[in-house]
Design a protein around this ligand. Structure first.
Ligand SMILES: [Zn+2]
Length: 375
């Protein structure tokens, strides 16, 4: 199966072969891993699937706990990191939600967002759309103005100091009640000029996307974009993807890897031009008949608009987008041209004005040309 795909990719690359250096046109990745890592590190990138609370590194948790007079149930950073053991979505979410208890003030959210943007900028991320989970903070009595205010201030400072642009997506937590999500949306709408869209995350089991139909309609009426998680290997996963695309008119799907199991849904997503934010660390392995399928490889080969993202890096071995792409390149045998295509998909589907998009694509094209890896 993989051999056939590689042959097809080799055949597609053939007409350009004369213009490209051997390593860039090869259907298989170059033997020189260091060169590939350098190519990936310098690649102009965009990221759309990163939960800000999932970038809360253990070191920052300890610093914020100290500042806020909280005691953490771990002796040190290493002990905390050793506790990050999960085997499925619910066991991951327990650790993830426990971790955000230290976020209490506007300055905490500033530090969290600036920390991520600083890291992302250092990895040549030019643009990011970041998720946040307001319900979890409202529950702890943190005002929405402090959450959005701190993040917004960090976005402004990061743009000025680091040149990285970003926008913010409010996620509804699907395992909490519909009323709770509506309260969060109503609380956030006065700040809608600080948001670009709404999303849907957390535990999908028993929480289909239609539970939030009213919320998405209200957000859309307020001028916000709509994306939603369709996590991998969930019950009724294909139905959820179908509902998201057809009934809820999602403009983007986060994860969504199981779509490769339905040619009909693949055709639908392609006809609608829907982008998919794949996070290989968490959503790369779709299971079919007890066997893993490489969702990223299959989605790319199916012609879907896939981007690669880091999801919750602080809980996933502190692997940010460059490390995730390096790993994905190996696992999915991505060629340099495919890596450029992934970033072209990302910039091409960002929720930004045309002029900003053209600027990013020009930078990407220039970089690809320098390396002889034009997609
Ligand atoms: Zn996610």
């Amino acid at each position: 199966m993989l051999d056939r795909r590689m042959l097809i990719r080799a055949a597609m690359a053939a007409p350009l072969a004369g213009a490209l250096p051997a390593w860039a046109r090869a259907a298989t990745p170059p033997a020189d891993e260091a060169t590939m890592a350098r190519f990936i590190a310098g690649l102009p990138k965009a990221e759309f699937h990163v939960h800000l609370e999932g970038t809360l590194e253990a070191e920052m948790k300890f610093a914020l706990a100290q500042r806020n007079g909280l005691k953490l149930p771990y002796a040190d950073v290493e002990a905390m990191k050793r506790s990050y053991i999960y085997h499925d979505l619910p066991s991951f979410l327990k650790i993830y939600y426990d971790g955000m208890q230290v976020l209490l003030t506007e300055q905490d959210f500033y530090d969290l967002a600036f920390g991520y943007l600083n890291k992302a900028a250092s990895q040549n991320v030019l643009y990011a759309e970041m998720f946040f989970d307001p319900q979890e903070h409202l529950k702890r009595g943190v005002p929405i103005g402090a959450v959005i205010g701190g993040i917004t201030r960090a976005r402004g400072d990061a743009a000025k100091a680091l040149g990285i642009q970003s926008q913010l997506i409010l996620c509804f937590m699907r395992d909490l009640s519909a009323e709770s999500a509506m309260e969060a949306l109503d609380a956030a709408l006065p700040f809608k000029d600080k948001l670009v869209g709404v999303g849907l995350d957390s535990d999908e089991k028993g929480n289909p996307p239609e539970k939030f139909a009213e919320h998405f309609a209200k957000a859309r009426a307020a001028g916000l974009h709509v994306t939603m998680h369709c996590d991998v290997n969930q019950e009724n996963t294909l139905e959820h993807i179908r509902t998201a695309l057809l009934d809820l008119k999602a403009e983007r799907i986060d994860h969504g890897g199981n779509i490769v199991q339905s040619p009909e849904l693949v055709a639908l997503a392609k006809s609608l031009g829907i982008p998919f934010t794949v996070c290989p660390t968490f959503s790369g392995k779709v299971m079919e008949n007890g066997q893993p399928i490489n969702a990223l490889r299959e989605m790319l080969d199916a012609g879907l608009k896939v981007s690669v993202n880091s999801d919750d890096p602080a809980y996933m071995g502190s692997e940010y987008i460059t490390e995730v792409l390096i790993r994905a390149q190996k696992d999915s045998a991505l060629t340099p041209a495919e890596l450029v295509r992934i970033e072209r998909n990302a910039f091409g589907t960002a929720w930004i004005p045309a002029q900003q998009r053209d600027g990013y694509l020009a930078k990407l094209d220039a970089y690809a040309q320098t390396w002889g890896a034009a997609a």
